[in-house]
Ligand binder design. Structure first.
Ligand SMILES: Cc1cc2nc3c(=O)[nH]c(=O)nc-3n(C[C@H](O)[C@H](O)[C@H](O)COP(=O)(O)OP(=O)(O)OC[C@H]3O[C@@H](n4cnc5c(N)ncnc54)[C@H](O)[C@@H]3O)c2cc1C
Length: 403
């Protein structure tokens, strides 16, 4: 089929995780003409595999001091809360909540007690100490302080579906290997994004004023393809633990000194069983361990931080995943990261909680929308749309019950 002339539009976003989708919403609301191209399933990098905690910075003040990370993130719980309640755009009323709050508890060391006390500095969301009868049953036997932290925990897959459904006409599934090419002007700017329809093989050309790379771990390769340095990205690996079975619902962190020894969040699997995702220090320590070794370590850790928990009937598994962020010498960047090269913007949110801030930051760089034909979406009406990724417990094959 002969190729039609390029569709002129304001922005092409590559990558439909939390960052790309929230940005899409922000730009549509500001009347930009925008399309989002997804190479796999939406949210299939980190977003759907994340724990979904809408952090307010407490984790970053456990040393007792206000840090740049904490100040960057402290307004995010309020923003998300309003969106989840439908009081602010984007309306996220179809996003499921795993919990209205997180719990914070500690191992009995003096160091961790200091961490809890110091955590109050300057945050919007601060821990409220719970009396013994206010604690959830699973935390009643913990020896130290138990506190409630009003950080909501979302189900990331339903969040991705929620935004994807609202903007489905703007989403295109692409083959990033054989169906994506960039034309560049003499200035090095991207003048045209050429796509091949993964089903029909038809060609489509897009001529955007701006290109935003929001592809998480895919950003490095995309930058290379556009002639930009890939050294601007780092990966920090995690080896996460999952448990499923007769488990209580629990979302929160066991704090030990200035770090989170274990972070547990609870989801429901497709059969209605509770699944715990376990991160925190355990997932960093686990990077060099084989799955079975990590599960054995995790069993001991969970028994230590949740005395009295019954783990007899549960099944265990693990998944490996990289956090993809702007390069920061192997440490977590303090804030969102936005790099501007010509008409290409590369973005990493650093945390899911920060995607509203990232989207606003990018939108403010783009200025006003251009004059685009109103029906620019007609040209992509029959294009295949991406699905939403499944969470790791729905795709993992190997479960251990004898560790
Ligand atoms: C285990 C884990 C737990 C976490 N828990 C939390 C938490 O509780 N709270 C929190 O705030 N943050 C958390 N995070 C961090 C958070 O998940 C990430 O910061 C955030 O999800 C990143 O979103 P993203 O859209 O930039 O990237 P991703 O979610 O990785 O999305 C990138 C998208 O781009 C697509 N893509 C890749 N290459 C291409 C290409 N060439 N062309 C087009 N599309 C492409 C991918 O398929 C994917 O859909 C966690 C991270 C991990 C790994």
């Amino acid at each position: 089929m002969p190729e039609a002339g390029p569709i002129q539009l304001d922005v092409v976003i590559l990558g439909g995780g939390g960052a790309g989708l929230w940005l899409l919403d922000e730009l549509v609301r500001r009347d930009f003409s925008v399309l989002l191209l997804e190479a796999n399933e939406l949210g299939s990098g980190q977003t759907v595999a994340s724990q979904g905690i809408i952090h307010g910075g407490l984790k970053y003040t456990l040393s007792g001091f206000m840090t740049p990370s904490a100040s960057a993130i402290r307004d995010m719980p309020g923003v998300w809360r309003a969106c989840l309640a439908g009081d602010r755009e984007p309306h996220l009323t179809a996003t499921r909540l795993r919990g209205e709050c997180c719990y914070l508890w500690q191992t009995a060391s003096l160091k961790s007690r200091l961490g809890m006390a110091g955590a109050r500095a300057g945050l919007r969301v601060v821990p409220q100490k719970l009396d013994a009868d206010e604690r959830p049953a699973v935390l009643r036997s913990c020896p130290g302080v138990v506190a409630q932290l009003d950080e909501q925990v979302i189900d990331p897959a339903s969040f991705v579906s929620d935004l994807a459904w609202q903007h489905r006409r703007h989403l295109l599934h692409i083959d990033a290997n054989d169906g994506l090419e960039f034309d560049q002007a003499d200035s090095g700017e991207v003048s045209c994004v050429r796509l091949k329809n993964p089903k029909s093989g038809d060609d489509l050309a897009l001529a955007p004023r701006h290109v935003v790379l929001a592809a998480g771990g895919g950003n490095a390769e995309l930058r290379e393809r556009i002639g930009l340095s890939a050294q601007t990205m780092q990966r920090r690996p995690l080896h996460m633990v999952m448990l499923r079975g007769e488990l209580p619902s629990l979302n929160g962190h066991c704090v030990d000194g200035a770090s989170t020894r274990v972070t547990i969040t609870t989801a429901k699997d497709s059969t209605g069983r509770n699944v715990w995702q376990v991160g925190g220090r355990i997932a960093e320590d686990g990077v060099d361990l084989e799955p079975r070794q990590l599960v054995a370590h995790a069993r001991k850790e969970i028994q230590a931080v949740l005395p009295g928990i019954g783990l007899g009937e549960v099944q265990w598994s693990t998944y490996r995943i990289d956090r993809a962020e702007a390069a920061a010498a192997g440490r977590r960047p303090e804030d969102v990261s936005i790099i501007h090269d010509g008409n290409v913007i590369t973005a990493w949110p650093t945390k899911l909680a920060l995607v509203p801030k990232l989207a606003e930051g990018i939108a403010s760089l783009l200025g006003e929308p251009g004059a685009t034909e109103e029906d620019f979406l007609h040209g992509v009406e029959s294009w295949p749309q991406p699905e939403v990724a499944l969470p790791p417990w729905e795709t993992t094959q190997q479960w251990f019950d004898d560790v």
